[in-house]
Ligand binder design. Structure first.
Ligand SMILES: Cc1cc2nc3c(=O)[nH]c(=O)nc-3n(C[C@H](O)[C@H](O)[C@H](O)COP(=O)(O)OP(=O)(O)OC[C@H]3O[C@@H](n4cnc5c(N)ncnc54)[C@H](O)[C@@H]3O)c2cc1C
Length: 388
């Protein structure tokens, strides 16, 4: 027990969620011992920048704001870089890394998410590129710089941003999605249609209501031969999968923590096990996984207080999502697609906005495009606070 009392706060992961938590702890307490165990090198970068590295001609190294060593020194924590955590033992209050056990007083799982690659056949599936981390981009940056023809699997938020960026960088882009419209879970059809038109003007081609069924190397092995579900065959240089994210929950699951789509936490971010918390893309709060920066920031601020002895419940405010499609900029909040009773569409020469109302005729979500983005903050206020 005394070992437990002396033990540090241990954080698994060195992404946005982990570093925001440490910053919040350090604002109130400069001395509590914090150890970070991370599978990568701990470098600090802004993951959303990965959406526009091609048009900005940036290398992975250009995105690094501080090396792992630098940020560990600045925020006074012990960094265990390149240290994949193999298991958690909640009873013993220990984690294991390559057979060695490390004790914790409180443990925060901030293991993020991994890119989903839809099932398909073929011998070149291992050549599919994903862009959900700096390391993934680093591994693919040369290939992407040289590629002329790129197929993007996924027309959701990230797939759409990447497709526009690749086209802006002069690549021939084809975007494949099983839905018949872009960002089908976020955008009402009318705005999605305008976005698609803008992307077509940039040269993006679409294979909507379609899927990749197989990927093989081309005859000369230099390119990739992609078969689509509708029988079409394409030759491309690179395939990127941006078909969604899956929370990294295996570690938690093996340790017996409750897991659903993410690691299930209560409104204080505690998992089903005492002294173990989850934060960021891997956490499921109130039945929802919110893989965005703002909820991670709000949660990190609340969790810092809880870890320092002031139990604090998280209240997530309505959040504005900025879609990084600069040729047709969009902002949205709330739920503007599903379970909508009626939509109100406003269009003029400056752009368009859509407000979505529920069965009580309360605003439940909105999407604003182009100059109509100046309405976003007013509408966000009307959406109010959505308590967890
Ligand atoms: C291309 C792209 C664009 C985006 N754009 C936006 C945007 O515009 N706005 C927005 O709000 N959000 C955006 N997001 C989402 C946002 O970036 C993420 O929600 C956020 O970065 C997740 O942070 P995280 O710390 O939870 O996870 P991550 O950054 O994924 O960090 C997880 C950490 O856990 C470590 N790890 C995992 N397993 C283990 C293990 N077993 N042992 C040790 N370490 C482990 C990893 O090495 C990593 O350090 C975007 C995401 C992508 C991919």
């Amino acid at each position: 027990m005394s070992e437990q009392l002396d033990a540090p706060i241990v954080i698994i992961g060195s992404g946005f969620a982990a570093y925001q938590l440490i910053k919040a702890i350090r604002r109130s307490d400069q001395t509590v011992t914090i150890q970070v165990f991370t599978a990568d090198n701990g470098d600090d970068y802004n993951k959303p920048d990965l959406s526009h590295v091609m048009s900005k001609q940036q290398l992975a190294s250009d995105l690094v704001r501080a090396s792992g060593m630098e940020i560990a020194r600045e925020l006074n924590f012990e960094l265990h870089a390149n240290s994949y955590v193999d298991s958690i033992d909640p009873e013993q209050h220990k984690i294991k890394v390559v057979g060695k056990a490390y004790p914790y007083a409180k443990l925060v799982v901030a293991t993020g998410s991994k890119a989903f690659v839809p099932p398909m056949s073929g011998k070149a599936i291992d050549r599919i590129v994903t862009l959900n981390s700096l390391q993934e981009y680093q591994a693919a940056e040369q290939e992407l710089a040289l590629a002329k023809r790129v197929l993007v699997i996924g027309g959701g938020l990230i797939g759409t941003e990447l497709s526009m960026d690749l086209a802006t960088a002069g690549k021939q882009v084809i975007t494949v999605d099983p839905c018949d419209q872009l960002m089908a879970n976020l955008l009402p059809e009318y705005i999605a249609t305008q976005l698609r038109k803008q992307m077509q003007q940039l040269g993006v081609q679409f294979a909507m209501s379609n899927k990749v069924s197989s990927i093989n190397s081309s005859e000369d092995c230099r390119a990739l031969q992609v078969e689509l579900a509708n029988g079409e065959s394409l030759i491309v240089d690179t395939v990127i999968s941006a078909a969604g994210l899956l929370a990294n929950t295996q570690l938690a699951q093996q340790a017996g923590l409750a897991v659903n789509r993410g690691i299930v936490v209560d409104n204080q971010l505690q998992t089903s096990v005492t002294d173990v918390y989850a934060l960021g893309d891997c956490a499921e709060i109130g039945g929802k996984v919110s893989a965005y920066l703002q909820p991670a920031l709000v949660c990190a601020n609340a969790l810092a207080k809880t870890l320092l002895g002031h139990e604090t419940a998280v209240v997530l405010p309505a959040m504005l999502v900025k879609v990084k499609t600069p040729h047709y900029p969009i902002q949205l909040a709330g739920q503007a697609v599903h379970q909508v009773n009626r939509w109100q569409l406003d269009i003029d020469a400056d752009g368009m906005s859509v407000q979505a109302f529920d069965s009580r005729d309360d605003l439940q979500g909105f999407v604003v495009a182009e100059q109509h983005m100046n309405k976003a903050f007013g509408l966000l206020k009307r959406l109010g606070k959505a308590a967890v």
